[in-house]
Design a protein around this ligand. Structure first.
Ligand code: CP
Ligand code: NVA
Length: 310
């Protein structure tokens, strides 16, 4: 950490940063992305090391953090439950004390948010949430950057969430509260968002709809996610029955705004939570969304390690 820099920050959930910090981060992301596209070398994190701890599978999160860190001049250490002492019951607090003495930044993908928080509480360096059962803030940061790139400010807009009341849904609600937009939520009965888990105070940031089509009506963005998140695989068959009507299809997109975007954090299951014609259609921005994970996370790592530039 730079001498004179204020208190160390973690990024454990979306509401850990304020609206004006997001304004800064989203502007920085645009600059960092442009440099990358122009093949301009930008290595402010030379000699810095990121530890990435994965207790669940990943493609995008791993590649985006790892490639992003190398591009910024740093290096990464990749750990999984199976190939570290985490899988042999070393306490998370001890792992945090040890790992954070050797690296500058830690990204963790795990199950309970409480485990991530326990790590952060014993870490000497900033910790980033790479997905927990409760939240996925780096993904929503990328989604918001993607929306802004395509449509401008998200303030005052309507986002339709169709599907499970999961980590992505919780994080959309937090983002709506911080950035001033509304989420129209439709989940099957029994899979609702718990506002206490989502951690939102202002219920004005979301509205619940029994019918997924009604949630999509006039929406500026329609988004969904897998019916069965990692860690819930035992419920797969039961969920397939419960979620059958929560497939984002052309009829749902037809009642949204004519210029509505479609997003999905991926991986996707065509024919389950989304019809192929939607995810592969002209309103879908899922590939930009995936790429933008890397750009927003580069801006986030720069911010957590170096503070504001300029
Ligand atoms: N969207 C996302 O986090 O993808 P991975 O699970 O592949 O990292
Ligand atoms: N809700 C999904 C997101 C995957 C990126 C999960 O937790 O598995």
């Amino acid at each position: 950490m730079k001498p004179g820099m204020s208190l160390m920050k973690h990024y454990l959930q979306f509401k850990d940063l304020r609206a004006e910090e997001y304004t800064y981060l989203l502007e920085r992301t645009a600059i960092i992305k442009k440099r990358f596209k122009n093949y301009e070398k930008y290595q402010p994190l030379a000699d810095r090391t990121l530890a990435m701890i994965f207790e669940k599978a990943s493609t995008r999160t791993r590649v985006s953090f790892e490639a992003g860190m190398y591009q910024m001049g740093g290096s990464v250490v990749h750990l999984t439950t199976g190939d570290s002492q985490l899988g042999r019951a070393e306490p998370i607090e001890d792992s945090a004390r040890v790992i954070s003495r050797m690296v500058d930044l830690v990204m963790i993908r795990t199950f309970a948010q409480s485990k991530l928080e326990a790590f952060a509480a014993h870490s000497r360096v900033p910790v980033i949430n790479g997905l927990t059962n409760e939240y996925h803030p780096c993904q929503i940061l990328a989604d918001i950057f993607t929306f802004i790139e395509h449509r401008g400010s998200i303030a005052g807009k309507t986002v339709a969430w169709v599907g499970d009341g999961n980590n992505m849904a919780n994080t959309w609600l937090q983002a709506a509260e911080v950035l001033g937009f509304t989420v129209h939520v439709s989940t099957p009965s029994g899979y609702e968002i718990d506002p206490a888990v989502a951690g939102v105070k202002d219920s004005g940031c979301y509205k619940v709809f029994a019918d997924p089509r009604e949630a999509c009506r006039n929406a500026d963005l329609v988004t969904t996610d897998v019916w069965t998140s990692m860690g819930f695989e035992a419920e797969n068959e039961k969920r397939k029955q419960a979620f059958a009507d929560w497939c984002v299809d052309a009829d749902m997109m037809a009642v949204a705004q004519p210029d509505a975007l479609f997003m999905h954090c991926l991986p996707a299951h065509r024919g389950e939570e989304v019809a192929a014609e939607v995810i592969d259609g002209p309103q879908s921005v899922v590939w930009d969304e995936a790429e933008n994970r890397m750009h927003v996370q580069k801006a986030l790592m720069e911010y957590l390690l170096l503070g504001r530039i300029g």
